[in-house]
Design a protein around this ligand. Sequence first.
Ligand code: OOG
Ligand code: NI
Length: 466
Amino acid sequence: MQNAAFVASDDIRSAFSAAMSAMYRAEVPTYGTLIELVAEVNAGVLDAMPVLRQWLDATDSLDRISEERHGAIRLGTPAELSMMRRVFAVMGMHPVGYYDLSTAGVPVHSTAFRPVGAEALSRNPFRVFTSLLRIDLIGDEALRVEVETILAARRIFTDSAAELTEKAEKQGGLYRADADRFVAEILETFRWHDQACVSVDMYQRLHRQHRLVADVVSFKGPHINHLTPRTLDIDAVQAGMPARGIEPKAVVEGPPTRQCPILLRQTSFKALDEPVSFKSDDGAWTTGSHTARFGEIEQRGVALTPKGRALYDSLLDATRKIVRPTADGSNAADYVEALSQTFRSFPDTWDGIRADGLGYFTYSLTERGRQVGSAYADDIDLLVAEGFVRFDPIVYEDFLPVSAAGIFQSNLGDEAAEDFVASPNQRRFEAALGASVLDEFEHYAAIEQASIDDCRRALRAFQAAE
Ligand code: OOG
Ligand code: NI
């Protein structure tokens, strides 16, 4: 039991998410423009689709949508990653999923820190996609050693951040004043620094290795590199961006436009070229620039089962065999057309997705189920067919960076992706993290099963009372 006087971890997360949003808005004005556009589009969708509004309201997800964000950071060392895990735990965020980005030519592997469980998610689903640099993939050995030395010397958390995290762990929570300080101190870690901690020369060597290596190693901390709001209609936001002076990528990443959204669709605008100064050996500062921060928006759909995910991956693959989207967007229309053609084999009704075992759903008693009960509590399909039980899609709360490799790549510049030898290194990642990551599929399956068990319990209780 959490001590009642402690601030709930859900509240600390909400406060942190709001503070992060305010900071990013001040740092990257285009983010504010994007937030306004998304709010406008979402309000329009809700006005035009009262059924959607009712459904979101009934499933406790209406309020969370306008608050909803995900961010991303890239860390340099195992110590930074394990400390970040402890920090996020204070906010009720836990590592879910493992992503090996080396398969997409990016020398990092990652997890997503996010709330788990229906209640925490509906309160505030703030997530942070967190990557750890794969130093072992730096081919140049001399550079690798220098990178290790630079990273070993930096401290990405303030002293107070570390103290408050320890205090939260020891006490089992934080009281109001400490919780407020905690939010402010942790925010420092995510702040942008326009003074690099390396020389221009070193920056360029890192950059030649990989843009991302330069981004992780050259700065005092892991600046948040994007903060993504959730929209109810990504096509409308994409179409509305140019009028606001924002140039989006040519195509939306992920599945095509559908009646029943699946997984995740994302689009972004290119990273900004930002002024940065570098320190030379004689102590003087020279100016240069660095490209890291970008804007992104997303639309979320139903979480897919392993079978659904395999179908999704194969259809995406098939599409890319027909048309490979080019970096300049010149064949975007062909790609979108091929994508919608291939995805015809993915059922586009909730009934069809459920019948084929492609998605995860929660089940609950209908009015009829509550009124008259049913004699066959065990057969969930029959209960659905006869109208005693309804089902609702479970929202996908995770990421697709590899199948949408465009997000990492497009923001790193358009030069060809480097090839790294792919090796699944989940155990090494977990050793660095100091914990294992939650399996996203198991987690969705457990939410689904718990809802089925609840229905059965209620129906049996009903029978017993007759
Ligand atoms: C993270 C990219 C992954 C997403 O939405 O798939 C991500 C990064 O660029 O550091 O945020
Ligand atoms: Ni993202």
